[in-house]
Design a protein around this ligand. Structure first.
Ligand code: FAD
Length: 473
């Protein structure tokens, strides 16, 4: 009995439920990764993330080979071709089972349903495991059986659900008998599969593979976890984990991360270590947004979670938008943040909120433009967290920022980059300015003037939101 494991955003061998279970049931396991050209375009997957996936597959080939599990990497044109390709492979390797770990956004759910149907129609049993969330979507409900719209209530219920559970990641799958009829993909073949797309190799910043993810996790816990609460908002400090790219491609699971934190706090979820509590809370935000896409699938159709906000008269000004993308808005903290994104494929969370609010509330540009641009640049781009973050900033989402509470980017800059160190790093042309001047350079400096008037645009946005039709219940 051969079992097929379809790998997607779960590129690791440890704590991989689908792989583990396939190895239990199968007498021979084959892993497959399907690259879809249209999917990359449809979801504006960043060239830096694509390359990160490519590099992960190179590492994974070796890790799987140690378990006698061959990896196949294939390419299809359209999402609709995936099911037929998987069937072809399953039949070729004579698989009786196909395992995969669930993904929750609507397109992915529909894709998986189609695969399930076709394989089952052809006598192959399909098993879907839960891996991306510690508590699968649909299981966190209020007293009326409804999903939570507010994060704090969701978090409370999530913790009540998880705290009695022993968090124990599953280990390495059992070593398999080798299969004579399947040859593992070669590095050249992997590179060929990805060759139709622009690839941006940032391996000097973001090493690939689960061992690299564990190394970073251990380092973060040892060096920064305890001070996370105090340091996480300051972009010039390495105060956050930078693990998001590894969560995004699944070389690290939330279970592994939480198990490591609990080992450090001696099992305390909410005890004395405020840094650990706060970090766990961020991982719960990540889960929250994965639940949101299942409970409110309209967000997967480019719709606002709060329907009444669809009436907001967003602007589609390409000049303003280009200035924002390029880090040329004339607001140093926004420009520095966008340059960090464009250079490293990653941006600090505080700054993601600042630049997203600036684009939506000061430039009044449709949050969907920002969402797409982030996806096109981020190495950690994940539809759920990205859409959640944008809808939060635009005041259109679940538990979003109230529309009248608009960040002033200059005050944010003064508060979270008080010495201007982050700005100096990314905008060397401002390095000579004092800590007082650097956040808002005077007209006499050579720095471009702000592309919008912060105060007037803020007032206008609040007035426009106030005029929206009432929320329908
Ligand atoms: C507009 C906007 C867009 C965003 N887009 C993405 C995205 O595409 N991918 C992504 O992973 N995160 C996204 N985030 C969330 C957050 O900014 C990043 O997860 C975080 O900056 C990653 O850095 P880190 O790994 O050092 O996080 P840490 O502070 O170390 O947090 C640990 C982990 O918790 C999760 N996390 C932290 N904050 C959030 C949050 N607000 N929402 C959901 N999960 C969170 C991430 O997986 C992160 O790796 C976005 C936030 C905003 C405001």
């Amino acid at each position: 009995m051969t079992a097929l494991v379809w790998l997607r955003r779960d590129l690791r061998v440890y704590d991989n439920p689908a792989l583990f279970k396939a190895a239990e049931v199968g007498q021979g396991v084959v892993a497959v990764y399907v690259h879809c050209d249209a999917y990359v375009r449809l979801h504006t997957i960043a060239s830096v993330q694509l390359d990160f996936v490519r590099r992960h597959l190179l590492v994974l080939t070796k890790d799987l080979a140690d378990l006698n599990i061959p990896l196949l990497v294939v390419r299809v044109q359209r999402p609709a071709d995936i099911a037929a390709e998987l069937l072809r492979i399953a039949q070729h390797v004579e698989a009786e089972y196909c395992y995969f770990n669930a993904e929750y956004p609507l397109n992915e759910l529909n894709r998986d349903l189609a695969v399930n149907q076709l394989l089952r129609d052809n006598g192959i049993l399909v098993k879907r495991c839960h891996d991306r969330c510690m508590v699968p979507p649909g299981m966190i409900r209020n007293g009326q059986g409804d999903p939570y719209k507010v994060f704090t209530a969701f978090k409370k219920k999530w913790l009540q659900t998880m705290m009695p559970v022993v968090v124990k990641p599953v280990g390495l799958p059992a070593k398999q008998i080798s299969l004579s009829n399947v040859t593992t993909v070669s590095p050249d073949e992997i590179n060929t599969v990805f060759s139709g797309h622009e690839l941006r190799d940032l391996s000097d910043l973001w090493g690939a593979g689960e061992q690299e993810a564990y190394r970073r996790l251990d380092l973060f816990i040892e060096k920064s976890l305890t001070r996370y609460l105090d340091q996480r908002d300051f972009p010039s400090i390495d105060g956050t984990s930078s693990l998001s790219p590894y969560f995004a491609v699944g070389s690290l699971s939330p279970r592994q991360a939480i198990a490591a934190v609990l080992a450090y706090t001696h099992g305390e979820w909410e005890g004395g270590n405020a840094g650990a509590n706060c970090w766990i809370s961020e991982l719960i935000w990540r889960e929250f947004y994965q639940h949101v896409v299942v409970d409110y699938p309209q967000v997967c159709k480019r719709k606002a979670m709060q329907a009444h906000t669809e009436a907001f008269p967003w602007r589609y000004d390409k000049t303003l938008f280009a200035a924002w993308c390029e880090g040329k808005t004339g607001i140093p903290i926004v420009d520095a943040a966008m340059r960090q994104l464009n250079t490293t494929g990653w941006m600090h969370n505080r700054l993601r909120m600042v630049v997203a609010m600036f684009l939506t509330k000061n430039c009044q540009i449709d949050w969907r433009w920002g969402e797409d641009y982030f996806m096109s640049q981020l190495i950690d781009g994940e539809f759920t967290a990205n859409n959640g973050g944008w809808q939060w900033s635009a005041s259109t989402g679940t538990d979003a920022a109230p529309y009248f509470r608009i960040f002033n980017p200059i005050s944010q800059s003064e508060r979270f980059d008080p010495n201007g160190d982050f700005i100096r790093k990314w905008i060397p042309e401002l390095a000579h300015l004092s800590a007082k001047q650097i956040h808002n350079p005077s007209a006499s400096s050579n720095y471009p003037r702000p592309i919008v008037d912060l105060s007037a645009s803020r007032k206008e946005t609040i007035a426009l939101f106030a005029q929206l039709p009432p929320i329908a219940h």
